[in-house]
Design a protein around this ligand. Structure first.
Ligand SMILES: Cc1ncc(COP(=O)(O)O)c(C=O)c1O
Length: 501
């Protein structure tokens, strides 16, 4: 037996000696550093991050540079001799990290913003420091149990039964790939397989279908209706026609929050259809899934619990640093049937019944400890705060939608859904044609890009160019949203006076 107390005493003596040596300015030894230097550097790194986060509201939400400039600054041979570590940290914080979309900026409304909590950031640091690898139970039993805890939280939030299970992934793309592998295997891996989704589904699903070997012409992108929802009649028609032609429908992908409009597909009707047709239903809730922690979101997502699999991203609407995705399947055994492969060199890691090896549930063997950040954040703040933060995004987006509808300059282009508002500059009495409107709105977008601290992006809604605000950040205030809309109105009026015939 290991005497843990003796071990601890020896470790503490060692660390006191090392600390003393480090404090005396001892340099790195091989690839190791004295503890005092490690602590100094960790403190400095933390200072740099906190200073950066504190300074964000006073900066633009985006910064970037052309490749030529960056090559001049950064392209170099790896140095033969090391440099002082603090200098290296400062250089990363000064020359590299700020050149990006500041996804956590309170006026970052483009694409899908992300505003991680500090315990989540620290969890990533600790998981790296403890060098955790969540491949098998033997290699990481504590972390594996914690992943089961977090998966169980997700299961309950989504209303899944106890038979459900899953794993945390790098993100929604990996989750949908794992889901489609499970769908294909549970259909018996047929030839001439087909997959169905709406024309507003995320490209991750087209890519996942390609990777599992679905021929591009067998990926059916079905037309969404005038509210941007998948048309279940079109789905039924396509499946029937394919079956008649000898194809094998293996999966339908539904959206629980399209990234363009936040639209939720008719989940109940799709579940009815997939049950009748015995086709796997995957719900892509990478964007909208965490709305389920709120009462309103749970109502909106009704039917999600009937899906065979659900993907959801904690690095989107659950305020975690990248990467934190997840996949849940209604019947946990479907994932293991799809992914479990015997490996002689890992034979010692088989612990036995009820000790899952996460490597048998998805595409990765070596896996980082993603559950820790979700767990530490929830433990620190509590679910009441998370519910409030998720609701806030929906409330601000609803308010932005009302603002747009009352504006004499702006036009709402899709129903506000799950924190997303799509609209454009189009004064009611201006009678502008589509070409002119697109030109005006592109110009407005470029004004925001260059002249405003906010970062806004655009999308195409059935071919119509739309400005789009995605309001998820828990630090965003109504003033951030209102001032951005006011700037868009201002740029819109200025552009209209120059461009309109
Ligand atoms: C609706 C939706 N599905 C899937 C994805 C892909 O997720 P990830 O980027 O985490 O791989 C995204 C990403 O934005 C998304 O919005």
């Amino acid at each position: 037996m290991v005497d843990h107390r003796k071990e601890a005493a020896r470790a503490s003596m060692r660390s006191e000696e090392e600390t003393a040596a480090g404090a005396g300015g001892e340099a790195p030894n091989g690839l190791q550093m004295p503890p005092a230097l490690m602590l100094d550097l960790a403190r400095r790194a933390a200072e740099l991050v906190v200073e950066w986060q504190e300074s964000l509201p006073g900066r633009g939400a985006w910064d970037g540079e052309f490749r030529g400039e960056l090559e001049q600054k950064l392209m170099e041979d790896p140095p033969e001799q090391g440099r002082p570590a603090e200098e290296v940290l400062e250089r990363a914080a000064r020359d590299i990290l700020p050149l990006s979309l500041r996804l956590g900026h309170p006026r970052s409304f483009a694409f899908i913003p992300s505003s991680p909590t500090w315990p989540g950031v620290l969890a990533d640091f600790m998981a790296s420091g403890f060098n955790t690898n969540l491949c098998t139970w033997l290699v990481a039993s504590g972390p594996s149990q914690l992943e089961l805890v977090v998966i169980d939280w997700l299961r309950r939030w989504l209303g899944y039964p106890e038979s459900a299970g899953g794993l945390l992934t790098s993100g929604g793309s990996a989750a949908s790939l794992d889901a489609l592998v499970a769908a294909r295997e549970s259909a018996g891996h047929p030839e001439r397989a087909t997959v169905y989704m709406s024309d507003l589904s995320h490209s991750a699903h087209i890519r996942a279908a390609r990777i599992i070997g679905i021929r591009p012409e067998c990926i059916r992108l079905l037309p969404s209706d005038d509210r941007f929802r998948l048309d279940v009649n079109a789905l039924a028609w396509a499946v029937a026609e394919d079956r008649d032609a000898g194809f094998n429908p293996i999966a339908v992908c539904a959206n629980a929050g399209t990234s363009s409009t936040g639209t939720i597909d008719p989940l109940e009707a799709m579940a009815d259809f997939c049950e009748t047709e015995d086709v796997w239903l995957h719900v892509d809730a990478a964007y909208g899934g965490f709305a389920a922690v709120t009462d309103e979101g749970r109502k909106l997502l009704r039917g999600i619990e009937r899906a065979d699999s659900i993907s959801l991203d904690a690095h989107k609407w659950f305020f975690q640093p990248y990467e934190a995705g997840g996949l849940l399947v209604k019947d946990a055994s479907t994932l293991e049937k799809a992914f479990e492969v015997r490996n002689d060199v890992l034979q010692d890691t088989i612990w036995g019944m009820n000790h899952p090896n996460f490597a048998d549930r998805g595409l990765q063997l070596s896996r980082s400890f993603r559950a820790l950040k979700i767990w530490m954040s929830v433990q620190t703040f509590g679910m009441a705060e998370f519910r409030r933060a998720v609701s806030q995004g929906m409330e601000l987006a609803d308010r932005a939608g009302e603002y747009v509808q009352e504006s004499s300059v702006l036009e709402l282009l899709s129903p506000v859904s799950l924190g997303i508002v799509c609209f454009r500059v189009n004064p009611a009495n201006a009678a502008l044609d589509e070409e002119t409107l697109e030109k005006i709105n592109r110009t407005v977008l470029s004004h925001i890009f260059w002249d405003d601290p906010a970062f806004v992006s655009s999308t195409l809604l059935h071919g119509t160019f739309a400005l789009r605000l995605c309001i998820l950040n828990h630090t965003t205030t109504w003033d951030d949203v209102r001032e951005t809309l006011e700037a868009i109105e201002r740029f819109g009026k200025a552009t209209l006076s120059q461009e309109a015939p």
